[in-house]
Design a protein. Structure first.
Length: 171
């Protein structure tokens, strides 16, 4: 009889971020954006610029923790002002050491529930880089569909010009 080890998934806690959390968010933001493979933000975005992008008053910022260590963050906001404000938009970032632990999945699930609670009717991602296959697959698992392809809309740091997708789902 073989002895199989049980590997438990880490407990992921998600909560609204407070200003003091930016000290932990900044290295994640910097790491993700500097890679130049998933976000259109300038890889040289400064800490001050990142703060205004990720902690602005027009959005809600969340952090995901494992054992009290922040390993991920996401933002939730209206995709457009005024007559487009019934559609939510979100962006997710996971620390390199938090990847493969279900953090992105947990944040997506949390964001869909939060968007519903906030009264949004649908959710849309405006620029999902086509080569970010794990993100595209995860969003599809959560019911998002590709509703449009933006040809060569993203300047990938390693691959050059690649397509980006607009992904959408009703809540």
């Amino acid at each position: 009889m073989r002895d199989h080890a049980f590997v438990a998934k880490p407990m992921i806690t998600i909560r609204k971020a407070v200003e003091a959390d930016f000290d932990a968010i900044w290295p994640i933001f910097h790491q993700v954006v500097q890679q130049g493979d998933s976000y259109a933000f300038d890889p040289d975005t400064t800490r001050e610029q990142a703060y205004s992008i990720w902690m602005g008053s027009e959005l809600t910022t969340y952090v995901a923790s494992i054992a009290d260590e922040i390993v991920g963050t996401y933002i939730l906001k209206a995709n457009q002002p005024g007559l487009g404000s019934h559609v939510a938009n979100a962006g997710y970032m996971v620390d390199i050491h938090g990847r493969g632990k279900g953090v992105g999945r947990a944040m997506c699930e949390h964001s869909v529930a939060e968007a519903r609670k906030m009264g949004f009717y649908a959710m849309q991602f405006n620029m999902v880089v086509s080569t970010n296959e794990s993100a595209v697959a995860l969003w599809k698992q959560f019911g998002f569909t590709i509703v449009g392809t933006l040809p060569q809309a993203f300047r990938h740091r390693q691959l050059g010009l690649v397509d980006a997708y607009v992904m959408h789902r009703f809540l």
